[in-house]
Design a protein around this ligand. Structure first.
Ligand SMILES: C[S@@+](CC[C@H](N)C(=O)[O-])C[C@H]1O[C@@H](n2cnc3c(N)ncnc32)[C@H](O)[C@@H]1O
Length: 451
């Protein structure tokens, strides 16, 4: 092959002019050439993206653009400097996430489809990440210092005007010298400012603790999550959780036995912790035919409340453990949907209310090993039979998505199944996977029908 050989992608696009605008906006492409036919169609255009050349043209009878059904048979691989920023811009301008951006052995990588059906694998090269510093990665000192100042509500005391170390220690009921060392360490990490020796102030990073301290508190759910990481060796050796060894009971029983911690877990799952959930996930045939939804393991109802708020004709049932359901009323009142909701404090391992149009399992199956996942799916299948459907978000991932460690693995032995594994599990529980979609938000939504 001659040294001068080049290989350039030539993209066939339905709407080349719009595509040029899109690539300019999201990739910073520079248009260097354009030939337009009298009909207005672009016969040839050349773009340069950070030195890389590509051409494109409008589709015609010979050259067809990718279609949503057939997809694209080519992956366009593009190295960028800020892969997260490019992915955000692609979605904001009408693209969809195929695989969200995530770290991989060869860098930070994501796969997104542009609005014209072409699929891009965008990556930030590993070299830029090889600076990862093992010493920094194994620093346990900083996370524990943050947990301790959160537990002691140091940021709140500072916001209330207490800044001298002795006064802070008195307000928090702790040792002044030890606290001084903890705050001194955090100052070196960019959290808090030491305005003069022994006098501290909030900075932008520390101000975040005003909202997040309740979820980092070592006496609350933050402590359960933090200490549970210490059981990672058990999880890795056995594949099961070591939580009970540490706290005396399995996770869900521990929350039931400590209602304050249960309440802080529910709050963490709800709008105060994870924000208001996005109810806009696509389902086959749209939401219009759906009249009744059962949110199975729906926590304190944040997702159900949003679904009912955005779909005024739907009535909903929240199923969760009694302690959690008892904390749900406020969510429904605040969303103005309380008159369309029934709440049921029961286990989802027991029979579920039958005959609803849609059973939602949002961020539930990832909390369970396969045996329990099958049992929950079986309850959904029984209740949904014959005409309902079961929609699953969380606990199922595309077959080629890289595996990731999740906190629910150490807490409860949870897992995420590949789609192929899930199809088998679902079939065994009386459900057939009917549709699978990656939403533009990155959520992977699986729809099942009773078999
Ligand atoms: C990770 S949270 C997800 C909550 C909610 N679906 C959401 O998206 O935020 C899992 C939920 O499962 C509930 N749960 C755990 N065991 C349960 C059981 N046996 N029966 C019913 N709900 C249960 C928990 O109380 C919790 O609300």
């Amino acid at each position: 092959m001659k040294n001068s050989a080049t290989l350039r992608p030539r993209l066939i696009v339905a709407g080349a002019a719009k595509a040029i605008d899109y690539y300019t906006q999201v990739f910073g492409a520079e248009e260097v050439e354009r030939h337009t036919e009298p009909s207005g169609k672009i016969a040839h255009a050349e773009l340069v993206i950070d030195g890389a050349r590509m051409t494109l043209k409008d589709e015609d009878v010979t050259d067809r653009a990718p279609t949503p059904a057939a997809g694209s048979s080519v992956l366009l691989m593009l190295d960028v400097e800020d892969v997260d920023g490019v992915a955000e811009r692609m979605v904001a301008a009408g693209g969809t996430v195929v695989f969200p951006v995530a770290d991989s052995g060869y860098g930070r990588v994501g796969r997104l489809a542009d609005p014209f059906g072409h699929v891009w694998m965008i990556s930030q090269r590993a070299e830029e990440q090889e600076a990862a510093d093992l010493e920094a990665l194994t620093d346990l000192q900083t996370p524990w210092c943050i947990h301790v100042v959160s537990t002691l509500r140091i940021a709140d005391h500072m916001a209330g005007g207490v800044t001298a170390i002795d006064d802070l220690a008195a307000a928090a009921g702790c040792d002044a010298d030890a606290l001084n060392h903890v705050l001194g360490h955090l100052v070196t990490k960019g959290v808090f400012e030491e305005v003069e020796p022994g006098r501290f102030a909030l900075n932008e990073a520390a101000r975040q603790l005003l909202d997040s301290s309740p979820f980092l508190d070592l006496d609350g759910i933050g402590g359960r999550l933090a200490y549970a990481w210490g059981t990672l060796p058990t999880y890795v050796r056995t594949g099961g959780p070591g939580y009970q060894e540490l706290f005396g009971r399995p996770f869900w029983e521990d929350l039931a036995a400590h209602p304050d911690i249960g309440a802080s877990f529910d709050a963490l799952m709800g709008p105060a912790g994870h924000g208001t959930p996005d109810p806009e996930f696509e389902i086959t045939g749209g939401w219009d035919p759906v009249q009744t939804v059962v949110d199975v393991g729906g926590g304190t109802g944040a997702m159900l409340a949003e679904i009912l708020r955005t779909q005024p004709a739907i009535r909903g049932t929240l199923v969760d453990l009694p302690g959690t359901v008892a904390r749900a009323a406020e969510t429904f009142q605040a969303a103005g949907v309380a008159d369309r909701v029934t709440t049921l404090g029961q286990s989802f391992f027991d029979p579920l209310p039958a005959g609803a149009d849609l059973y939602l399992l949002n961020k539930v199956l990832n909390d369970w090993p396969d045996r329990e996942t099958s049992a929950i799916l079986r309850r959904c299948a029984e209740a949904a039979r014959p005409n309902g459907r079961v929609v699953i978000i969380g606990g199922v991932s595309p077959d080629d998505e890289p595996r990731r460690l999740m906190v629910e693995m150490v807490l409860v032995g949870g897992r995420s199944n590949t789609l192929a594994e899930f199809r088998e599990l679902a079939r065994g529980a009386g459900l057939e996977v009917d549709a699978v979609r990656r939403q533009s938000t990155g959520r992977f939504v699986v729809e099942c029908r009773p078999s």
